[in-house]
Design a protein around this ligand. Sequence first.
Ligand code: PMP
Length: 427
Amino acid sequence: MSQPAPLTPQTAAASAAEAGPDWNALRADFPILHQQVHNRPLLYLDNAATTQKPRAVIQALQRYYERDNANVHRGIHELSNRATAAFESARARAARFLNARSPEEIVFTRGTTEGINLVAATWGAQNVKAGDIILLTEMEHHSNLVPWQLLAARTGARLRHLPVTGDAGLLDLSHLDEWLGSGVKLLALTHISNSLGTINPVAEICARARKAGVTTLVDAAQSAGHRPVDVQEIGCDFLALSGHKMCGPTGIGVLYGRQELLETLPPYQGGGEMILSVEYHTSTWKHAPHRFEAGTPDISGAVGLAAAMDYLDAIGRTHIARHDQELGAYAYARLAEFKEGIRLFGPRIGRAGLVSFLLRGVHAHDVVTVADQWGVALRGGHHCTQPLMRKLGVESTARASFYFYNTPAEIDRLVEVLREIQKFFGL
Ligand code: PMP
């Protein structure tokens, strides 16, 4: 009798694409998941902070450094040509991943934070003046608040924030059109809230902004690795993502910008790689996107990110999105069993795969510290959304955030550990 083929990262991902994903089998692709922490099996539920890396991505980095490593765009020797080809083909891969119209719309950055800062610094310098309004929301991550505060301080622009409807965590869009029509230059909002798990209707919101002549930026840090993200379907002008939140390496991200818009913008940073020619007193710039990529880029990061995109697409982002929402709904329902013993944040239905909560009578940091002793990696704190926490009347929450390699059985274990924590604190 013939033996079944051994499970490798490649076969696991390929079989997922054919027969619908076997989520348990995919766990074999992630070496880090198979370890003990404090003498218990690791239960990694901090995926909104960063995701783990499949062997395919780790191997792509290793292959690049073992075979192709050189600096890009400058050399004419074989290794430099290979490194340049790998870097530029990663750009094309990212364009396909986001359904951008061309690779020229893809700027490599360090991550979402740098992407947003780049837009605030370049587009902001050119388009924002005193009295203009930048429209944000009350659920934004600090990285989509602080760059605009810096821009407002430089230009005299004002900031407004679309309200969030309390613990249910939805955006109140009832005054959106009215607000968009009163001096708003740019609307920047998150696709998925990292604190609440809310999935915002970004395509509808961007369409309303476009109608009002308002430029849009979508923070896709929490969505790009969790669901199909199509910039043409969303209809945004800019979109920023982080590779490390979608199976890729840290230190690499993508800023998508509509080509006509990118081409009008001044450089972000100055240095090598981004120039056409330099005199002692003046310089001229390359076209977008190279104009925005001063200095030696994160070449291996881009290679690793392209491998992550291949990996996610081999599984299928529609499958991942469904699984993500199922995990989010299951976790919400299981945690709701604590009744008065828990406060849950964010929408009850249609949520992303993360749950923020407070166990009554236990500080979020204590929940996370004791959970760690049980091998469970959670996060406690303000999740870089301090103004939202203040609005909700809390200092912090505990957060369990899932990825496709998490299972309902792991959520059951989380619930057991939370029961232990209640016992530990005499509740
Ligand atoms: N926006 C959101 C919604 C996030 O969750 C994060 C990361 N927690 C960021 C932006 C910033 O991402 P990075 O730190 O990778 O730049």
